[in-house]
Design a protein around this ligand. Structure first.
Ligand code: FES
Length: 107
């Protein structure tokens, strides 16, 4: 299927954050409440890697290790107040035959 990229096995454990290089991009995969999500791994605030952060269970968000902004898993929405940076780009995810497929729209 056009535009979909196989980024590896769908073997993430619950709560896992996994950083990947996908072409030129850094992508964060996460498993939260059984669902695998994908977003830009490079924080839009100052470029730290979200995969080095942690999951905020209550918010369903990943917390950046540098300044602790939180981005909702699945949507990439910045759920930190005050909002001092943008939302993260989030990518559609499909699981096919045990593999994670993500869709990165052309820039
Ligand atoms: S670099 Fe992520 S919150 Fe500042």
């Amino acid at each position: 299927m056009q535009g979909w990229i196989d980024v590896g096995p769908a073997d993430l454990i619950e709560g896992e954050l996994r950083g990947l290089e996908v072409g030129e991009r850094l992508v964060l995969l996460a498993r939260y409440q059984g669902r695998i999500t994908a977003m830009d791994d490079s924080c839009n605030h100052a470029g730290c890697l979200l995969s080095g952060g942690w999951m905020h269970e209550k918010k369903g968000a990943v917390v950046c290790p540098c300044h602790e902004y939180a981005f909702e898993l699945g949507t990439g929405r910045n759920v930190t107040y005050p909002r001092l940076c943008d939302d993260q780009a989030a990518f559609e995810v499909r699981i096919e035959r045990g593999r994670v497929m993500i869709h990165i729209p052309p820039e």
